[in-house]
Each structure stands twice: as C-alpha cells, then as structure tokens.
Design a protein around this ligand. Structure first.
Ligand SMILES: Cc1ncc(COP(=O)(O)O)c(C=O)c1O
Length: 387
C-alpha cells in the first residue's frame, strides 16, 4: 500500500486502556479521556466503551471540537482550555442545546462573561470549572509548572466559584488542578539522563504541598456551600499519584492509551507502544543506511532531541544526529545484519500522541498483521481545530 501510513496496534491500545482504567478504578475515581492526545473520534469512543462505568466524559481542547463531538453524540464534555471569545462560547452553548452536559475551564471573570452571554442567548446552562494552579514555586521565586491559571489559593477559588454561582446561565462545575510539572515531566528520559534524578526530586518535593492545596480548596469550597461537583487532576504521566490524592474525584488520561514515545520515560507508567507511522525507505546512501521519504513529524513543547520521532522497527534503527527527521527525507542507520530494501517500510513513533493525527487522514487499526478497520482522524473528517 502507499506510504506513509499511521497505525494503531489494537491489542496494545486495549491493554493500555485496561491498565489506565484499572488505576482509576482501584483509586475509586472516574477517568476522563483527553481528546487532544487522541484526535480520532472512533478511538475516543472505543476508550469510553471499554472503560465502562469508570470512564466519565471527554476533556476537549477547543470549543469547535466540543460542538463537533456533541454533534457526534458524545456527552459530558469539559473544555480544558478556556476561550475568551463570544463566537467560540456560542459553540459550547450550541453543544448544550443538544441536551449535552458542557463545561469550560475558567479562571477569570472575562471567561465567565462570554460563557454567560452565550448561555443566555441560547437559553441553556453552561458549567464553569475553575482551574487551580498547582505549579511548584519553591521559595516563592521559581515557577515549575504550566503557566495557565493565576488562582493558587483557596480564597481566590472560592471567590470565583461564588461569582459563577451568582450568574444566571452558569453552573459551578468544580475544579481542575492539573499538575503539569509532574505529569509532563519525564523522569527516565534517555535524552536528559543527567537531569533525570533532579526531575524526580522536583516531583517528590512538590507533591505534598500540592495535595495540601487541593485538599484546602475542596474543604473551603464545601464550607462555602459550593462543594465541587468534580475535582479533576492528573495526566498519563502522573496517574498513580493523582489516584492517591483524596481531594480528586476524577483523573484524566490521553497519551498513555497510544503511548507516544515520551511516555516511555516515566518511572511509574507501565504502558506499551500502540501507535506508529510507517514511511518508505527509498534509497541507500551507503551500506547500513537507508534514506526514507518524509518523516519530519516533530512534537511541540520545549525544543529538544526528545521531540523527534524515534524509529521503532527494524528494532535498533537510529536517526542521524546531524539530520534528524527531515520533512521530505529522513536517513536511518540500520542495525547490523538487517537488510532494508528501497520500497520497504520503516516504522516510527511520534513523541506526542495527538499530534500525529494532524499529519494523517486516517489511522489503520491493526491486530497482529491484519488491518481490522480504518478510523478517520479529525483531519480526515475535515476538522482542524488548532488551525
Ligand atoms: C488539563 C490537562 N489534563 C490532563 C492532561 C494529560 O493528558 P495526557 O494523558 O495526554 O498527558 C493534559 C495534557 O496536557 C492537560 O492539559
């Protein structure tokens, strides 16, 4: 078949699903699917079905995506990244007019205003979930964690929750406190060997304070008569720790289901590669090396070597340090004794799970050596939410 293709190994995907669902189930919490790390509706649906009662809804990344998923029948949609534009808030309201439960993360009155205007126009109620910042700020100077919400204290969260409760058209949906400095920080990363121990220390040092803040927020909201209907935290990279946090009612995971290669580099996460792309070897610049067509699917985030795709098969294949993965040509050093002929595929893994879907119209869903079915990505469905 023509290359490139993107492939999901269904057996591995299902085993990863079972492993992550088991963590949430044992923790007696529900699990929300982070759609940004999947971007294939059929796979999101598969996750929700397989996870049964432990699964609760979808964490979306764009208002238009939220409306699209509502139209496709998905429910309990939480937009995790706020919008400040009325035109986008209207899309959330449109999703709610389909009878779906729709919420958005907020952290300032401006976010509330657009949601409220859209909700009033459409005659619906939208949930507003407050983002609590749990980044680690040692000695109050450094800031280790995502730069998202400015709300770091129970008092500032309670004040905004009261404002939500007082605004017709809005419903206080709860709190989200994502610990990006733990979930997003690889700690056995072969590309950062020297600083892996320091990363582990950061995680350990920040854990107790973060848990205390979450507990205090939950306590003070409850004391104010605004017990959070949901308290969301965690990501694939921190699922176990988040499971042990008594303040959280639900966890989120996305990347761990497909296990893009950055998720190999966590001490506490036992998942297996489930998503690949194959490109064609087209030439032999020298013995032991092939050059492939395409392959330059580089991940977002802090630039570094770990953002490159990694060759997965033939096992032991390597990229060239000086060329990396190029947009139209990618040289690969083959392991000794392995013969790859022009026309043969080389299989790679992307660093981040959702971004691969922006490069392909469909994923081949494979079991063993058989293509069981094909699933369109958002892109293949004509949807490109991040532009
Ligand atoms: C708010 C939020 N929760 C959870 C996650 C975790 O997603 P994943 O499991 O794909 O790492 C993310 C990822 O960025 C996020 O932004």
């Amino acid at each position: 078949m023509p290359l490139p293709v993107a492939i999901v190994d269904l057996d591995a995907f299902d085993r990863n699903t079972d492993a992550l669902v088991a963590i949430a189930r044992e923790a007696k919490k529900t699990l929300r699917v982070a759609s940004k790390s999947i971007r294939v509706p059929a796979l999101i649906e598969r996750l929700l079905e397989r996870g049964g009662a432990t699964m609760r809804g979808v964490m979306t990344y764009h208002a238009a995506e939220t409306a699209y998923l509502a139209e496709k029948g998905f429910d309990d949609l939480l937009l995790a990244y706020p919008t400040a534009r009325l035109s986008e808030a209207r899309l959330l309201a449109a999703a709610a007019t389909r009878g779906k439960t729709v919420s958005s993360v907020v952290d300032e009155p401006g976010h509330l205003s657009v949601l409220q205007d859209a909700a009033k126009e459409a005659g619906v109620t939208l949930g507003a979930v407050i983002e609590l910042d749990v980044a680690w700020q040692p000695a109050g100077v450094a800031h280790l964690g995502p730069r998202r919400s400015p709300r770091r204290t129970p008092a500032t969260v309670v004040a905004l929750a009261q404002e939500i409760a007082a605004r017709p058209g809005l419903r206080f949906g709860g709190v989200m406190a994502y610990e990006g400095h733990i979930a997003g920080l690889t700690d056995k990363n072969p590309f950062t060997r020297l600083i892996n121990p320091a990363k582990r220390l950061i995680k350990l040092a920040s854990r107790r304070g973060m848990e205390a803040t979450r507990a205090a927020v939950s306590r003070e909201l409850t004391a104010a008569g605004l017990a959070p209907p949901i308290f969301n935290g965690g990501g694939s990279g921190s699922l176990r720790w988040s499971g042990e946090d008594g303040a959280l009612t639900e966890l989120t995971a996305g990347s761990g289901f497909l296990d893009s290669h950055l998720f190999d580099y966590y001490k506490d996460l036992a998942v297996e590669p489930a998503c690949f792309f194959a490109i064609q070897a087209v030439r032999n610049p020298k013995p032991g090396m092939v050059t492939c067509h395409g392959g330059g699917f580089i991940a977002s985030g802090e630039a570094g070597k770990d953002r490159l795709p990694v060759p997965a098969l033939p096992e032991g294949s390597k990229l060239l340090g000086v060329e990396g993965a190029g947009e139209v040509q990618t040289p690969v050093i083959l392991p000794a004794g392995v013969d790859v002929k022009p026309g043969d595929p080389i299989f790679f893994r992307h660093a981040k799970a959702g971004e691969l879907a922006e490069h392909f119209n469909e994923y081949l869903l494979v079991r063993g050596d058989r293509i069981e079915s094909r699933a369109p990505t958002y892109r293949g469905l004509g949807q490109c939410f991040l532009g």
